[in-house]
Design a protein around this ligand. Sequence first.
Ligand code: SF4
Ligand code: SF4
Length: 405
Amino acid sequence: MATTSPPGVGLAKGLAVTIKHLFRYPSTQMYPKQRPDLPPRTRGVIALMDENCTVCMLCARECPDWCIYIDSHKETVPPAKEGGRARTRNVLDRFAIDFSLCMYCGICVEVCPFDALWWSPEFEYAEFQIDDLLHEKERLREWMDTVPPPPMLEEGAVPPAEAADAIAKKEKELEAEAAKQAEVTAPPAEAAAAPAEAKPRTADVKVEGAGEIDQETYDRLIAEGKSERIARSKAKSAWVRKQKEKLAAEQEAATAEERGGDEAAAAKPKAAEVHVEAGEIDQETYDQLIAEGKSERMARAKAKAAYVRKQRAKLAADAEAGAEDGGSEAGGGAPEASTPAEPADADEPKPKPADVHVEGAGEIDQETYDQLIAEGKSERIARSKAKAAWVRKQKQKLIDEGGDA
Ligand code: SF4
Ligand code: SF4
């Protein structure tokens, strides 16, 4: 037989819970002002290292939501040795994940045999348009920058054979590339007297003390609300990058000094080699993106990139103009080592459909709608796909108009 409590006991219990919590510190986090400190392997977004992908299709086949789209074509690779057989290989054309369908189960990351898919802890990629949650190859590649490095091997552990093979292969490639570059850049008159050294590349320069961090980057990221872990990892990369650039510049200056002042003047910096402080943002781009309804974080990131791009183009143009002046004053008429600077607009990539905002998403593409209804699709599905088709067409139209202009 069920026992009944005396009247008022339930109420007293409820009040006791209320009173207990009244004097406790609230555990609510004031996001987005207060950023959550997530574990490093949080399932935020899936990143793609496309150079590792062999188009084996395992991930697409195993995905329970069928939200991975892969397109590829076959290419014939000439035989490695003379008399060998030519091989065919798949070349990745398209890799997209629809995050509006993905349930973050991680099966695709688990099954990929070539470590092409990774979890990134980034989770702030909400969109106003659902079709913008379809991340294409380029966007998935960008997420790789936010993937934390794999944990260090334990002391005494044998490094995997694949890693040693890959390092040896990469070193060989770099050596071959450096030799090729040296052949191209060496002036024929001086080749006999003093063979030109290949210009040191950032990737070739070894930096000691990888435990250091770039304090400026660290402080900026912390001020932006990034977690201590992400800020530290990015600041570490920034420090290594800066050190490499510094060392490469020193080596280059030493080489140029050996070759003489004329050659140093002829070696014009390329836009990608000019270092720009990235703390600033391009206000115009920021305002435009905010007006388009992009999130504050995304607008800031894109505005930062735009600022860096503009500054680099400007610095490269200035440096080139300076080098040209130097060359004409010297009256050398030396052949140009690099291509003339392009206007800043030429560096601007053509906007991707995901970057274009289209007004009036209530519209539908009637042709698609009629076709789907004729194919026997439900009214709801036909309408939603026709909506997506309309937005896609509008975006393409806007991009084409932008390109023509
Ligand atoms: S996490 Fe799961 S649902 Fe999402 S793409 Fe990978 S396999 Fe598909
Ligand atoms: S499983 Fe890995 S290698 Fe295979 S298609 Fe997917 S991402 Fe590419």
